[in-house]
Design a protein around this ligand. Structure first.
Ligand code: ZN
Ligand code: ZN
Length: 291
């Protein structure tokens, strides 16, 4: 390994080459620059950070708290045996140490079943989990001005490509450092939008966060997994691929006229919805009728 590009210390991170101190500065500055450049939020905002106990959300929670933002943690327990229980233990400890208020909401209490129980019907785990997670995040963030998620550059580049591969135009504008303002929908913010997975992992490691690097046991079933390995291969051979995907994407969506006229409100629960009944209510009735 070479030396740091800013001092004579040994580089512990490559491309860009930085020692521990300069990598931490570089990473935190990148996050702060994203918050500033995209006007993500201010010190006046009350912010909920959607936390999983994993490296991404723990990292952004830490940086925002340290920078003096008004943050609280919101976690969802989906009920994934031998996975979420462990990550939540880490999160509880982290929040206690860093004096962050934490609220945990569970699938079991809200929807009568854990994710594991719901999947007995052979539904796609990531679809079921995503719909219910989004529903709970939105419902429990109503007292906040913004909700921050730990999505990083890799997650977002994958999302853009997945939408391209599946011709899903509807979701294309979801990959954005901040979501559109829609009534009844807490604005979603992604301050790690330009930080790669590798960078976030290095930061979490250098800071000594006790986060599990174990993946969700359902991940191998996901289409995302294939897109992820394809993009990693590309990045290996062609540096900057992932960032270029997002740059091009952001240019494209800035030209799209925003249309919020397709937003309705669910007749069952009142949450924002594409149709008469929201996806969460529809899925819940399917699961209940199956029992
Ligand atoms: Zn240095
Ligand atoms: Zn509903």
């Amino acid at each position: 390994m070479g030396n740091c590009s800013k001092c004579k210390e040994k580089a512990i991170f490559l491309n860009p080459n930085f020692c521990k101190k300069h990598f931490i500065d570089y990473f935190e500055n990148k996050v702060k620059k994203t918050i500033k450049d995209y006007g993500l939020f201010s010190k006046k905002d009350k912010i909920a950070v959607a936390c999983s106990g994993g490296k991404d959300s723990t990292t952004i929670l830490f940086i925002l708290k340290k920078s003096g933002f008004n943050v609280e943690a919101l976690a969802i327990n989906e009920g994934i045996d031998s996975y979420r229980n462990h990550t939540l233990v880490d999160l509880k400890k982290f929040c206690k140490e860093n004096k962050v208020k934490l609220k945990v909401v569970s699938f079991k209490e809200e929807f009568e079943n854990t994710l594991d129980e719901m999947l007995k019907q052979r539904k796609n785990p990531c679809t079921v989990c995503g719909i219910f997670r989004r529903n709970l995040m939105n419902r429990y963030s109503k007292d906040y001005d913004k909700i921050v998620t730990g999505h990083n550059l890799d997650d977002e580049a994958q999302a853009v490509m997945m939408n391209l591969f599946t011709a899903n135009v509807d979701l294309l504008d979801k990959s954005n450092p901040k979501s559109k303002k829609i009534k009844g929908f807490t604005q979603r913010i992604k301050p790690l939008y330009f930080c790669s997975e590798k960078e976030v992992a290095a930061y979490a490691l250098l800071k000594g966060f006790e986060v599990g690097f174990t993946e969700c046991p359902y991940v191998h079933k996901a289409f995302r997994h294939d897109v992820r390995s394809a993009l990693n291969n590309f990045e290996e051979e062609h540096k900057g691929t992932k960032l270029n995907i997002l740059k091009k994407h952001l240019k494209n969506i800035s030209k799209i006229k925003t249309s919020s006229e397709s937003i309705a409100y669910c007749s069952e629960c009142g949450e924002p919805s594409r149709g008469k009944i929201c996806k969460a209510c529809k899925l819940l009735s399917e699961i209940q009728s199956f029992k």
